[in-house]
Write a protein that binds this ligand. Structure first.
Ligand code: XCC
Ligand code: SF4
Length: 636
């Protein structure tokens, strides 16, 4: 792979040769060693669902066309795909359950480490869920909201939709999803149903399987949505905050602790505890005390709520250790490379797992429980300080790369900014500018990195192209990480890359909001679960215009996706009516039925559809075309 560039991140470029020299393997080495990857797997035509298999379908038509049980390529591809959606939904909604249970504890007065930081948000949620919060005591409201959320995991009546899905989408969309039989009634039941219908000898109709998958993806949406909103009630609704991103945020003279994973329940407490333990760190010789930094979506969570700097995004997580300056990496759930402990063996870094269901061999496990969150956090910080004492100064190589990033554009924050222009009707300036074409449309960037693409390159290339075409951009997850690391979440980026009319609008709004210049080119909306924030903005616009989501000039892109969660997110975006680009060829190409359904038929059924395009320039062109088509449909 000598001509292949691994990443456009300069910090990665700086550290990879050092890793190579030291004989430390990274994800890119393992990716290279894995070539060529299995062609059957790439097409999705390998089935391991029962032990009569594994079975694989010959894509050229010469060998077997059916598995031992008789399943054809379409059934096999569809089953594999919707199991991924179920896993994605399980991940997001288990995270959501954890937050909802904590909120319940707060309501019942059992979780002293937590409190309701944003009372107004909690009351707004209660309104949305029709819980009539007026006059009720805050703890009572917390309890009722938690129970209404947990109902979405336990309701048995199939005819009653999930509270959160119903309360957060347009009425027209809710009706459509119910009519198609894809509206979830119970997140857990829908996930179980996917596992059931894909068991050997069950659903063998590819389209019916895909509809089951779409229901699972909408269960994923439900879990993400409640996860985001309840986290805001507990930890505060994000507001714009200026911070920094990339590995240069690590400090030579500090105890560096990275929080990595997804769930803010522990990382929030670690941030609180770290503030109180600076003196201990200084006593151990760290002149600058404790420096907490983030990785992946835990990083996004604490970045947007607290301005904690973001060290890096998914694909370069190992490199945080290779700087030699990271004293502890605290991980919770999802997207944590099992390789971390092997890399850490070459350094003094403590890898600390915290969740009973997520351990890594070779890591130190400090179990996190809501009722003893502060004690766990203290132990973790103490361990980091101990590790710092063992740091080998000769191995420290902190890349001198970091960029300013403005994070924290929750839907509420966007409304607050817009209300500076029109307090009575905050959406009006945005909608007026969409209608008059100053803003051509809105694009949401989501998803991961994948070594199948040059790290961050697809995100950056597409964003610059869309900016030129006056598209307003939002980002979450590791996509947000990319933009933060590369300086595209700054006012300067707006000056440099936005098309004239977009620049004028962002400047007018930014100035009205007292920012002394434009809004950043890409608005940071948060972590993966926070994709639901983009939906709430879109739903507000759709309701105001009196149209459904599939009429809006709104597109989504996951140009470097890899996780099952991203498969679920992409699918619900399509189900909500959004043209959704993916920049990695999905493992479905072995079935013409599945491909055709997701890229074409879905459009008639749901309004949304997948666009598969690995070339970022062409992807941008296709996204712009999708936006133009929508504008035409609206007659604007
Ligand atoms: Fe994971 Fe959320 Fe993907 Fe990043 S973007 S690699 S899922 S951390 Ni959601
Ligand atoms: Fe083979 Fe059918 Fe078993 Fe899959 S379910 S492994 S196709 S026999």
């Amino acid at each position: 792979m000598s001509n292949w560039k691994n990443s456009v991140d300069p910090a990665v470029d700086y550290l990879l040769p050092l890793a190579k020299k030291a004989g430390i393997e990274t994800t890119w080495d393992r990716y290279e060693a894995m070539q060529p990857q299995c062609g059957f797997g790439e097409l999705g035509v390998c089935c391991r669902i029962c032990w009569k298999g594994p079975c694989r379908i010959d894509p050229f038509g010469n060998g077997p066309q059916r598995g031992v049980c008789g399943a054809d390529a379409h059934t096999i591809v569809a089953r594999n795909l919707i199991r991924m959606m179920a896993a994605g939904a399980a991940a997001h909604s288990d995270h959501g359950r954890h937050i909802a249970l904590t909120l319940l504890e707060v309501g019942e007065g059992h979780a002293p480490a937590y409190r309701i930081k944003d009372e107004q948000k909690l009351r707004n949620i209660a309104e949305k869920l029709n819980l009539a919060p007026a006059g009720k005591d805050l703890r009572q409201v917390a309890k009722e909201v938690a129970l209404a959320s947990l109902e979405d995991y336990s309701r048995q009546k199939r005819s009653i939709p999930c509270n959160w899905a119903k309360a957060t989408l347009t009425a027209e969309r809710v009706d459509k999803l119910i009519e198609l039989g894809v509206m979830p009634h119970n997140i857990d039941a829908v996930i179980a149903e996917i596992m059931h219908r894909t068991h050997v000898g069950c659903d063998a109709d590819a389209v019916n399987l895909l509809l089951g998958g779409i229901k699972g993806a909408l269960a994923d949406y439900t879990g993400m949505c409640l996860s985001t909103e309840l986290s805001d009630a507990l930890f505060g609704t994000p507001e714009p905050v200026v911070t920094q991103a990339n590995l240069g945020v690590l400090k030579e003279d500090a105890v560096n602790i990275a929080v990595h994973g997804h769930n803010p329940l522990l990382s929030e407490i670690i941030c609180d505890v770290a503030l109180k333990m600076n003196e201990e760190a200084r006593k151990a010789g760290a002149k600058e005390g404790i420096n907490v930094v983030g990785i992946c979506c835990t990083g996004n969570e604490v970045m947007m709520r607290r301005g904690i700097p973001l060290a890096t995004n998914y694909l370069s997580q190992e490199l945080a250790i290779i700087t030699g300056a990271l004293d502890a990496m605290v991980v919770d759930v999802q997207c944590i490379m099992p390789a971390l402990t092997s890399v850490a063996e070459c350094f003094h870094t403590e890898i600390i797992t915290t969740m009973a269901e997520n351990k890594i061999t070779g890591a130190t496990h400090i179990e996190f429980r809501e009722d003893s969150a502060v004690e766990s956090a203290q132990k973790i910080v103490e361990l980091a300080i101990e590790a710092f004492k063992k740091r080998d100064k000769r191995k420290v190589n902190i890349p001198d790369y970091k960029q300013t990033a403005i994070a924290g554009f929750s839907a509420e924050a966007i409304m607050a900014v817009l209300s500076k222009i029109d307090a009575k009707d905050p959406l009006k300036p945005l909608i007026d500018n969409i209608v008059n074409g100053n803003i051509q449309g809105i694009a949401l960037f989501a998803g991961c990195n994948n070594p199948r693409a040059i790290q961050d390159n697809n995100f950056i290339t597409i964003a610059k192209e869309l900016a030129k075409n006056n598209v307003l951009m939002l980002a979450t997850g590791c996509g947000a990480g990319t933009f933060a690391k590369t300086g595209l979440m700054t006012q300067e980026a707006t000056e440099a890359y936005a098309g004239e009319s977009l620049k004028a609008v962002l400047t007018a709004i930014g100035k009205a909001a007292g920012l002394n210049g434009p809004l950043p080119l890409v608005l940071h909306m948060g972590s993966c679960v926070d994709n639901s924030r983009a939906v709430s903005v879109a739903v507000a616009i759709a309701n105001k215009l009196g149209v459904d989501l599939d009429k809006l000039p709104l597109v989504a892109s996951a140009p470097e996706f890899m996780s099952e969660k991203a498969v679920a997110i992409g699918t619900w975006a399509v189900a909500l009516g959004i043209p959704t680009h993916i920049g990695i060829v999905p493992q479905i190409m072995g079935s013409s039925v599945v491909v055709e359904f997701l890229t074409e038929k879905a459009k008639d059924l749901l309004g949304g559809y997948f666009i598969v395009e690995t070339n970022p320039e062409q992807a941008a062109a296709k996204l712009v075309a999708a936006i133009k088509e929508r504008r035409k449909g609206l007659g604007i």
